[in-house]
Write a protein that binds this ligand. Structure first.
Ligand SMILES: [Fe+2]
Length: 186
């Protein structure tokens, strides 16, 4: 199976699990299915970011579609974290629904716009060997619980987003003012 066929098959498996969660009766069954979904999604996100996208970037450069896909991965990771923290809680269904919408949007863009361009740029031989690399990498991800890689991915996303931006106050002539406390006690 080549890289695009493998990733597309994983998209279908994830979509089926979302359907199963929606239809499931009872919180325990929903949580069990969600954990299966989360493990697949964390694995899928990981092999795309660490194996597939670098190969795409090498062949095509950092295109808009690739840049957006990387950002969407961060958003999906956050949605997955939120839903994971809500298992068994009243807002679990809402968080899974929002996660499903994020994933469906990402999958649609990948399959309709990005993958056709990748297939043209990489060619069948490269996609075949990349498919084997992705399969091996995915197997490794399924050998451990998904929480550690999920938290690590999220930590990286947040580190990129939440870095404090220290803005120097605009300096204008004579604008030096005593600190507020000093002013108040003056
Ligand atoms: Fe994907």
């Amino acid at each position: 199976m080549d890289a695009i066929e493998l990733l597309t098959q994983q998209h279908r498996e994830v979509s089926e699990l979302f359907e199963a969660i929606e239809k499931a009766e009872g919180s325990d069954e929903k949580t069990r299915l969600f954990r299966e979904l989360a493990s697949k999604l964390v694995g899928h996100d990981g092999i795309e970011r660490e194996v597939f996208y670098p190969a795409c970037e090498e062949a095509m450069g950092m295109t808009d579609l690739l840049g957006e896909a990387l950002v969407e991965h961060g958003v999906v990771e956050f949605g997955l974290y939120e839903a994971d923290q809500a298992t068994g809680k009243p807002d679990f269904d809402y968080k899974v629904k929002v996660l499903k919408e994020l994933v469906e949007h990402h999958v649609e863009e990948e399959e309709k716009e990005f993958f056709p361009k990748v297939r043209k740029a990489l060619g069948d031989d490269k996609l075949q060997s990349l498919g084997e690399d992705l399969e091996d990498a995915f197997e490794d991800t399924q050998a451990e619980d998904y929480h550690r890689p999920l938290f690590e991915n999220l930590r990286q996303v947040l580190a990129g987003v939440l870095q404090p931006v220290v803005k120097e106050p605009a300096k204008t002539k004579g604008s030096e003012r005593a600190p507020a406390r000093a002013r108040r006690s003056a």
